[in-house]
Design a protein around this ligand. Sequence first.
Ligand SMILES: [Fe+2]
Length: 468
Amino acid sequence: VAYSRGFASLAEERDCELPVEGDLPAWLDGALYRNGPGRFEAGGRTVEHWFDGLAMLRRFGFGDGVRYTNRYLRTEEYDAWEAGRLGAGQFGTAPSGLRQRLRSWVRPEATDNANVNVLPVGDRIVALTEAPRMVAADPRSLETLGEFAFADELTGHLTTAHPVRDPHRAESINYVTRFGRESEYVVYRLQEGARSRERIGTVSVDVPAYMHSFGLTARYVVLVEFPLVVHPLDVVLPWRRDESFLDVLSWEPERGTRFLVLDRDTGQRVATAEAPATFAFHHVNAFERGETLVVDVVAFEGPAAMAALELDGLQAGDADPPRGTLQRYRVPLSGGRASHEERFAGITLPRVPAPVRTREYRYAYAQGLTADADFANELVKVDVAAGTAEHFGEPGRYYGEPVPVAGPGDAEDAGVVLAVALDTERERSELVVLDAVEFDLRARAPLPHVLPFDFHGRYLRDVSGSTQ
Ligand SMILES: [Fe+2]
């Protein structure tokens, strides 16, 4: 099946100028960095989940045309794959790679296969995953510079690859989970230019939830505990070979969904609210409206979205691709019940441009799936206020996560949207540059090969001083 071409391994590493069809805005002079898997086999075995592919960074540098670079992270995991085996502690014999990864996070040999996202720290690009290990890379060559560590003592077993950069306060917020008899979420900030994190606040919980991202407003951090939980003993007891995936990540819808609201300055928990069970990987945006927090997520009916991303189905082209719905939650600062309503259906991987992050906003961008789609075959610009969307797609193409880049102008949607598309007819990938206002094609830059589908990325004007 055509889209499955994007789940094949790519051996080649390139650093080259791309031909550009169309016209690129002169103000677009930074670089788009992306992270995701590039290889799926080692020693005759194929990893079992898309999330477990070997980390490869991608860079699209703008200025005089488009300079394309892709490079594998040289990690312990990379060395193991080169030697023909999967890394220690990562996969073993378990039925699910993701479960193995979760297990490996609490073991000393936690994986360094940082394949999910990137964060600029100082003059480096830091590759992130949900394990606490990070890997630094050169922002121009993508050459691996070694394992990265913050200059602080903050530790945890599990984190998110979605630190939220708030350009209005020149800091990034994230949290780590510590498993124990009493588990904790530790929320922290990283100021622009800093190498050490500052703890904002801690929430103690008996049964921590798997939270892939979180919400951030100007004044509050909103941790949303979906009822996909981890029983801490399941990760610290000795492994049993015949356990299923759900022995570790447990879907317990009777718990409902819980919103934990922390004051971003004092770290105090100011509200707790509840809503019916749902599951989301990605928050879209959040903001304050009087005494209510508006928290937008792309939600799924349950954790089936995770199983849908197992590699055998994706490589065979018969996966049931996740179709999320943009759900708007209203969380009272007085606590109690959070209400919600569906705003738009059939999307995944949502993004908003940096200037509206933590603010009231109108437009979100996402991968979209038409009614008959077998995989993400369009990009959408959702008018979150109206619950409508504009669509962009071309025949034979599948799209990755769109990255909106704010440009000159007062309009909220002034700028462009950058995305990597798989062109199945020409058997190559291409970078597409959409005008964000009209939501139509402004330029495309074909790549010399098919780039495997990736997860997340950021546009940075310059690595050390960017606010995108
Ligand atoms: Fe993600």
